[in-house]
Design a protein around this ligand. Structure first.
Ligand code: AP5
Length: 217
């Protein structure tokens, strides 16, 4: 099963994609995680995208397409996955069209498109309280999923940090980019797929259960 998960920054895409990947045995392809990893390792790609990400803007379409293409079309015979879940891509209409072309050339199909609906005021509160593990990338929230030991990851004991782009001024820019560039691609998907709109303000478990029900129907 192949799934695309859409939604604003902080709507819970990463949280839900991680859970769905585990439950459905899917490869979790997160462009944000791949880019942050490149920045942390200071690879040539990481150095190239670092300032754009810190400003909350989108990195160039070619760069992200290169990151995503292989993950959604190349399947090693030893691959343990039963499909993939794409989180953070596409982000604008050019990426949405490119993805359709890439998938159709590879004869890949998309079985579920999920849109997490969360209002702006909830997003700002969530992002200012998000903490991410520097080691295993687990995501916490000081308001509703606080770590047991302050500053330490429950899963691996690694240090928890606030993402550079979760500063209030960068969150404002990310939301503006989302409204202008990403939100319009919902129309693109609604013309082609049965988009599952999910109320993402409910508890994490409830949201997961609803998505599982919708994509399995
Ligand atoms: P990316 O990492 O994709 O960031 P994003 O889309 O802004 O999304 P986030 O990771 O901020 O949020 P999320 O929806 O995953 O929410 P989460 O589950 O963490 O991209 C970062 C940057 O990379 C971009 O700005 C851009 O520069 C670049 N980039 C990436 N992809 C690109 C592309 N395709 N093209 C160009 N550039 C690209 O949850 C947020 C918080 O809320 C957490 O603390 C969580 O615990 C909490 N939470 C989650 N669900 C709930 C719930 N139901 N109730 C209460 N709290 C919840």
């Amino acid at each position: 099963m192949n799934i695309i998960i859409l939604g604003a920054p902080g709507s819970g895409k990463g949280t839900q994609a991680t859970r769905l990947a585990e439950r459905l045995n899917l490869r979790h392809v997160s462009t944000g995680d791949l880019l942050r990893d490149a920045v942390a390792k200071q690879t040539p790609l990481g150095k190239q995208v670092e300032s754009t990400m810190a400003e909350g803007k989108l990195v160039s379409d070619n760069i992200v397409l290169d990151l995503v293409k292989g993950a959604v079309t190349v399947h090693d015979p030893d691959d343990p996955w039963d499909g993939w879940i794409l989180d953070g891509y596409p982000r604008n209409s050019a990426q949405a069209e490119e993805l359709e072309d890439v998938l159709s050339s590879a004869r890949e199909t998309v079985e579920g498109v999920v849109f997490l609906d969360v209002p702006g005021d909830v997003i700002v509160e969530r992002l200012s309280n998000r903490r991410t593990c520097t080691e295993c990338k687990s995501v916490f929230n000081l308001l509703n999923r606080a770590p047991q030991v302050e500053g330490k990851c429950d899963d691996c004991g690694g240090d928890l940090v606030q993402r550079d782009d979760d500063k209030p001024e960068t969150v404002r820019e990310r939301l503006a980019v989302y409204e202008k560039e990403t939100l319009p691609i919902l129309d693109f998907y609604e013309l082609r797929y049965d988009v599952h709109r999910v109320n993402g303000t409910r508890g994490i478990d409830e949201v997961t259960d609803e998505i599982l029900e919708l994509v399995s129907a």
